[in-house]
Design a binder for this molecule. Structure first.
Ligand SMILES: [Zn+2]
Length: 156
């Protein structure tokens, strides 16, 4: 019949919202990183990793995805807000291709309808940079250490 089970859709696969470090250490799968301010065109990053925790750490150390390295340099705090343990690269691709990652981010989903305006604004400022991000970043500066799930202390 159909060989290995294909895990393609959001509904087919268990997910963890606001994962703890324990949830991520040694966990293979797909993850969403939520940026606390928008960076050029994005407020979320979707990735796949063999070890999500390791991968998040490398993002924070600026040795992972370029866009997240840029975010770290800009002083934008970030955290993994959702993971799908066991999800594969095809799932990652589908999630990216579906757009509207904010809809799947627990920090954004509840206010998705409202926040969609922010996302649109992020898109609009794509060319001239994210002025909104500047303001948010400064506001968030004080509680940057409170974000969980990514071992924030290591941002250094
Ligand atoms: Zn979000």
């Amino acid at each position: 019949m159909s060989g290995k089970p294909a895990i393609h859709t959001l509904k087919d696969i268990p997910t963890i919202l606001m994962p703890s470090i324990d949830d991520m250490v040694g966990t293979e799968g797909v993850y969403i990183v939520h940026l606390d301010a928008c960076l050029s065109h994005a407020r979320h990053y979707v990735g796949w990793a063999k070890d999500i925790y390791e991968r998040i750490q490398s993002h924070l150390l600026q040795t992972g995805a370029r866009i997240l390295a840029a975010a770290v340099r800009e002083g934008i705090t970030m955290q993994a807000t959702r993971i799908w343990p066991g999800a594969d690269r095809l799932f990652e691709r589908n999630l990216k291709r579906g757009g509207n990652v904010a809809m799947h981010c627990p920090l954004c989903a509840d206010e998705y309808r409202v926040r969609r305006r922010d996302e649109m604004r992020c898109r609009r400022v794509r060319e001239r940079g994210c002025e909104d991000g500047e303001r948010t970043r400064n506001n968030r500066g004080a509680d940057a250490s409170t974000h969980t799930g990514t071992g924030g202390a290591g941002v250094g």
